[in-house]
Design a protein. Structure first.
Length: 70
């Protein structure tokens, strides 16, 4: 069987292919590479106090609202 061109697939198509072919390691690597390359490199420390936890919750809620609006 000839491997499909994973680079020409949309994220949705690639995800569907990986789900339909769970033993295909090349497809899985392409899937992970695609999503890893598009992920934000930003990292955050674990909140150390209740105030920091509340601040993080507020930021998450704000981000979710922004995503709903777009």
């Amino acid at each position: 069987m000839v491997e499909p061109d994973f680079s020409s697939m949309s994220k949705t198509e690639l995800r569907a292919f990986v789900i339909a072919h769970p033993d295909n390691k090349a497809a899985f690597r392409a899937f992970v590479d695609r999503f890893t390359s598009e992920a934000s490199p930003e990292t955050f420390d674990i909140p150390k106090s209740n105030a920091e936890i509340e601040e993080v919750e507020i930021l998450i809620k704000q981000k979710l609202e922004q995503l709903k609006m777009s």
